[in-house]
Design a protein. Structure first.
Length: 284
């Protein structure tokens, strides 16, 4: 069973991304029906398109992972100081065992570290083992897991279609933020697994909400900015709204149709619990 935590169903299947954009996308202007407007810029040669199709084989961002819980998507590749490699997915994609509690909404909360040779097995779509889970956290606002890769397993930092990250997205903005991700959402992955989304700023240090399309199976997908900076992990779909009233701050509007947990705080926590500094594997 493919897993992705569902919140409140959005009243609209797709939010029109174009309605969030203003006329500053291009410095070139024209006249349309008597009104000045900006021309849509032409992507540079070789630049990946915002949407795309195609397969994503192997252990890499955008690849699939099967666990005893379900079918999810891999995010970014990491390396420890001892050379051990890890790849991420969502925390709710792995069972923590018997040690958990519940929050006020009835959602399970847990955090666990598995020693080498004791974690649940992670498998590829063909049912072949490629590693074992080493760490998991599912405790709002964190939803993250790390798989310790078997030494002989080949892996790549390249996200299918969009390429490898160049670093972390560590700043905040009140402006529109264009995002890229590759997932294995049920009913979507055969058509447009490489997708784009829009966040109306980054008002929260632990998550961001974005207007985009996601479905069960996309859980765990890595999310990058359009210029290749790793932002976070796709974990929920459905209408998302910050609890604060109003859901807006000097750093933007916190609303969307998909929820993303920010990567850096979760990776810092995983490094602390595992007792090893983890480094994002980047392009080049």
């Amino acid at each position: 069973m493919r897993t992705l935590r569902i919140l409140i169903a959005a009243p609209l299947a797709v939010i029109a991304v174009g309605s969030f954009l203003t006329g500053d996308a291009s410095a070139h202007s024209s006249i349309l029906r008597g009104l000045p407007c900006s021309l849509t810029p032409v992507p540079a040669a070789g630049e990946p398109t915002p949407l795309g199709a195609g397969r994503c084989p192997g252990v890499r961002p955008g690849g699939r992972v099967l666990s005893e819980v379900g079918d999810c998507t891999l995010n970014f590749l990491f390396r420890g100081r001892d050379g051990t490699r890890y790849i991420g997915t969502a925390g709710h994609c792995v069972a923590a065992g018997d040690d958990y509690t519940f929050d006020q909404h009835g959602n399970a909360r847990f955090e666990r570290v598995w020693a080498l040779g004791t974690g649940p097995v992670a498998m590829d779509p063909a049912g072949r083992r490629f590693g074992e889970f080493a760490y998991v956290v599912k405790h709002d606002p964190k939803d993250f897991a790390l798989i310790r890769l078997d030494p002989e397993v080949p892996a790549s930092p390249e996200m299918c279609h969009f390429g490898a990250p160049h670093g972390f997205y560590s700043t905040d903005t009140a402006r529109v933020l264009s995002l890229r991700y590759y997932g294995n959402g049920q009913g979507i992955s055969d058509v447009t697994p490489a997708r784009s989304a829009v966040a109306l700023g980054t008002p929260d240090p632990d998550h961001l909400y974005a207007a985009g399309l996601a479905a069960p199976g996309d859980s765990g997908a890595g999310v990058m900015t359009a210029d290749g900076l790793a932002v976070g992990v796709l974990v929920t779909t459905g209408y998302q709204l910050r609890d604060a009233s109003p859901p807006v701050s000097a750093k933007g509007l916190d609303v969307g149709t998909m929820g993303i947990t920010r990567l850096e705080p979760q990776l810092a926590r995983a490094s602390e619990k595992l007792g090893v500094a983890l480094k994002l594997v980047t392009a080049g």
